[in-house]
Design a protein around this ligand. Structure first.
Ligand code: SME
Length: 161
């Protein structure tokens, strides 16, 4: 296993995702423990993009429960019908929120968070196992390159669920 990520300097988001994907694949393919893999993915994304907050909320006990993350402390439990995470879980789709203040029901774990993207992670049977939540301290910080890049990273986890 490589001990350091190689992140191309000055590259755009799409290129950084492209460079990250094989490195994250190398990290997770030889490790069977889900927590260890989610922890490394959160760390890799935080390091590569300096996002404000990166983490997973796992479906547990009928709600979304905080899992491995990088960034400031966060809300530990989110009901399925609350917040961007709950909306992504319920709609089973990726949600990009350019301005969190404008999203009805957004849960502000930190007032520094200005925009976010949340992607559902699926079990093989089509139920949602968890969501990946990435927050930025910049408005309108997420777009198609993030949705596509993060989706490819999530697929590495989905095939191990
Ligand atoms: N903002 C999220 C809650 C999680 S924190 O941002 C880490 C939401 O509205 O679901």
């Amino acid at each position: 296993m490589a001990e350091e990520l190689i992140i191309p300097a000055g590259a755009g988001r799409a290129m950084v995702y492209e460079a990250l994907l094989p490195q994250i694949n190398a990290l997770v393919e030889t490790e069977s423990d889900l927590t260890a893999n989610l922890a490394n993915i959160a760390a890799a994304l935080k390091e590569a993009f300096s996002f404000f907050w990166v983490g997973f909320y796992l479906v547990k006990e009928g709600q979304l429960v905080l899992g491995p993350f990088q960034g400031p402390i966060a809300c530990t439990r989110i009901p399925f019908h609350k917040g961007v995470c709950g909306a992504s879980y319920t709609r089973k789709e990726t949600i990009i929120v350019p301005d969190v203040e404008a999203f009805p029901g957004h849960i502000a774990c930190s007032s520094a968070s200005k925009s976010e993207i949340v992607l559902p992670v699926f079990h093989r049977n089509g139920t949602v196992a968890m969501v990946l939540d990435v927050d930025s301290d910049q408005m309108n910080d997420f777009g198609d390159a993030d949705a596509a890049g993060l989706q490819q990273i999530i697929a590495l986890i989905e095939r191990k669920l």
